[in-house]
Write a protein that binds this ligand. Sequence first.
Ligand SMILES: Cc1cc2nc3c(=O)[nH]c(=O)nc-3n(C[C@H](O)[C@H](O)[C@H](O)COP(=O)(O)O)c2cc1C
Length: 191
Amino acid sequence: MKALIVTAHPRQDSFTQTLAQHFAEGVNASGHEVEIADLYGEGFDPVVSIQELEGWKEGKISPEIRAWQERIKSNDALVLAYPVWWSTPPAILSGWLQRVLTQGFAFQHIAGRTEGLLKLRAQMLVNIGSGKREDVDLATLYLEPMLGVLTYCGMEILPTQANWGVYAEADAASLRAHLDRAFENGVRFFA
Ligand SMILES: Cc1cc2nc3c(=O)[nH]c(=O)nc-3n(C[C@H](O)[C@H](O)[C@H](O)COP(=O)(O)O)c2cc1C
């Protein structure tokens, strides 16, 4: 089995990239494969243009987006690793979902109902700057829109690894615990 891990962070030494790497090592340790797609590193353009928007009405998909779709299809699973930025994923990841998960590829409408077409296993690895607060359901606030997208497209979603309290001055032991958990989730991912 093989997982596509999509990462969305501009810094190569970010906690997000390190976390994705630990998850990948876990998957490899369980005898499965991974491919990491670093959206910043690959220079992905997240902006939906007017030409693209109009083209969708005629089922037109650009070669660049087709290549992404082929990449997804050549994998058994999709993992999204990103930090929370103003309660949402970085724009580059939102734009990637908007441009790549097109109708006819990721979902279709049949007889008045929607069918998800991506029979992939999926998991999110999410870094959140703030510490866990008991008065607010931050998981609902931050994660539900993304979970909604993956569900809509037919994916089987494993519990999100939400890492609270990830910031520059956080204590090393708690960051280490997040990385260990990512490795373990990677090991378990295809089990
Ligand atoms: C533009 C921006 C917006 C952010 N918004 C939030 C937020 O809404 N809630 C939160 O808890 N942390 C927020 N943070 C903190 C990030 O979640 C935190 O920096 C990140 O998890 C650290 O991991 P990294 O090293 O991979 O960036 C924000 C950070 C940036 C740069």
